[in-house]
Ligand binder design. Structure first.
Ligand SMILES: CC(C)(COP(=O)(O)OP(=O)(O)OC[C@H]1O[C@@H](n2cnc3c(N)ncnc32)[C@H](O)[C@@H]1OP(=O)(O)O)[C@@H](O)C(=O)NCCC(=O)NCCS
Length: 307
């Protein structure tokens, strides 16, 4: 009654609807079901016909999808899996996971990662039964409005604050890769991927703050603003990424960058700002807490080792 198979181009519109239904359950959040959907299927290092699987009921409706995000450079793929509520507990999720693992092995990955909210008991139980183990936690931190931070003068001690310009993708890739080198789950980015993530986060290159020491880029902050409709309406802000080069740490540059970023958000009418941080990155967590961020949710990363 259900078949699981690779995605084909004729699934496009049904898949779009499925991503709308997935909403926050999608790895990419609600933007994936909106105007960013087409972009999602055209991302670099990705082939939807090979990396995306669907479950179909009676040749009509798509009941589920499982998508593979290739990060084989760090030995893994990240799985995005969603089964529509009325089709759950019928073994579809399980079948799709097996498809993802076969694909991941053929790409040369050693492990598959997936994450779920700590409160998602069903998702956690499902992953445990499917051979995954919890390996890491990420915190979603949030800061409400009423900012005082960022209202003071910002002194970067001889380091200049500016913005990237169109065409600076390689520079942004370089500072991101240096800032996050060795961080758990971080896969170094190419300039092409940076271009994709900018588009996906609906961020202009000129919105990304950059710190320079002379000609050298030593830090950056990548803000993201999303207009939400419905009950959650209004403009919401995210700090998509913030980083300081290891040899420039310990000078409060990161904190000042976040303060400037927060001021930029409030100038654009954004009340609350979120970000995700590795739970073991205590330096970053302490920094954010000192600026008024508090934990809103915890995400658990699960891992399945491949043979
Ligand atoms: C988690 C999810 C993918 C499971 O899909 P599914 O097709 O319902 O899962 P399956 O039918 O293959 O379940 C396989 C086994 O997992 C366990 N399981 C699945 N859902 C469960 C739940 N809600 N509570 C407890 N156990 C659960 C059971 O052992 C189940 O076997 P059983 O039905 O014989 O008891 C689906 O609920 C979903 O899309 N949720 C929203 C997105 C999400 O949470 N994704 C996280 C995974 S990346």
């Amino acid at each position: 009654m259900f078949s699981t198979r690779n995605y084909t181009r004729s699934d496009l519109e049904k898949l779009r609807e499925l991503y709308v239904r997935a909403g926050d359950n999608s790895l990419w959040g609600p933007v994936a079901g909106g105007r960013q959907f087409d972009l999602l299927l055209q991302r670099p290092q990705y082939s939807p016909e090979a990396d995306l699987f669907v479950a179909e009921s009676r040749g009509e409706r798509l009941a589920a999808y499982a998508d593979v995000m290739r990060e084989v450079r760090i030995g893994r793929v990240v799985m995005d899996l969603y089964v529509q509520p009325q089709f759950r507990r019928k073994g579809l999720g399980r079948r799709l996971v097996e498809g993802v693992c076969v694909r991941a092995s053929s790409l040369g990955a050693q492990r598959v990662h997936a994450f779920v909210d700590e409160t998602n008991r069903g998702g956690r139980e499902f992953l445990s039964r499917a051979g995954f183990e919890p390996v890491r936690r990420s915190l979603v931190l949030e800061r409400g409005g009423g900012a005082q931070a960022g209202e003071t003068e910002v002194d970067f001690g001889g380091i200049s604050l500016g913005r990237f310009r169109d065409g600076d993708e390689q520079q942004l890739a370089d500072i991101q890769n240096r800032s996050f080198e060795g961080s758990w789950g971080f896969c170094p980015n190419t300039a092409d991927e940076i271009g994709f993530y900018l588009a996906m986060t609906m961020t202009h290159m000129q919105d990304v703050l950059v710190l320079r020491d002379g000609d050298e880029v030593v830090g950056y902050l990548w803000p993201q603003i999303l207009e939400r409709s419905g009950e959650e309406g209004g403009a919401h802000g995210w700090i998509h990424m913030v980083g300081v080069r290891p040899d420039y740490r310990g000078r409060r540059l990161g904190k000042r960058l976040v303060e400037v970023g927060l001021r930029g958000f409030s100038e654009r009418g954004v009340e609350s700002v979120e970000l995700t941080v590795d739970a073991e990155n205590t330096q970053a967590v302490t920094l954010y807490e000192s600026l008024g961020f508090a934990t809103k949710a915890t995400k658990i990363w699960y891992e399945r080792q491949l043979p």
